[in-house]
Design a protein. Sequence first.
Length: 313
Amino acid sequence: MKRIFYTAGTLLLLIFLLRFPEEALAASRDGLKLWLNTLLPTLLPFIILTGILIHTGTAEKLLKPLAPVWSHVFGISPSGAYALLLGLLCGYPMGTKITSDLYGCGRISRREAEYLLTFTNHASPVFIYTYLIHICLNDRFHPRLIYGPLILASFLTMVIFRFFVYRNHTKTPDNFSDKKNKEPSAPGVTGTLLDASIMNGFETITRLGGYILLFSILSAFIRHYWSAGEMTEYLFLGALELTTGLHQLARSDLSPVFRYLCSMPMAAFGGVCILAQTKSLLHRDLSVLPYISAKCLNAAITAICALVFLKVV
């Protein structure tokens, strides 16, 4: 069934490329422009440097003094806190990438890794300000109306999964050493470790570029043949690929309030494109289902929080 789905989708996109090359070319350029101007310069350095810190164990040592905070507030280990902080600062899909690497190196358990997936993969603050506040909403709303609901919804999602799904048994024990989950570490030689981190970084960023390119073409395909209402089209495109949905909302005739209420759950969910990127970066032993369920819940809570903030603030 999966093979039939992929084959049919590939053939449809190939036909679209051949029949409407100008639209496909424009979509490809937009996707590659996003990758080249945004993802490559912002994510690649972080991927390389975090790879070095993870394999040397430096990240855990730096965050260990605050272990009581990570344990009592978030229910995670110092290693897990590294995934949390980098996920918040760097945005999609760094939270997933670091979580997967930590699990692959044996720094965290599978339970903590899947728990981390529920609240460490977010749109970066820079992306939110640039695309959501500035481009989509034209600076009509104060940043606290944007960041407030997103942060609160993420925290509430974490609380729900911590206490009702994982029963507060999420933190990796201090003596954790599951040999089966450990992959061969990078050698201790500095040059070899640096080379491995660089090659891993380029492999990851190239893979993300491929997903962005394909989903940009898919979004152009859907926009060309779409026959439903304007609102439905924007919501669907936003659920498919976040930047495309926000861009279309910015060009729409919808009122600023409607754009705000539509864009907030879009930003919280991230889109199917981010989901595909997340799945591609996960360790083979980790399930993507906790991430999917958490993102759906996070989007719903964000929509409610946005409505409340709009009325109260």
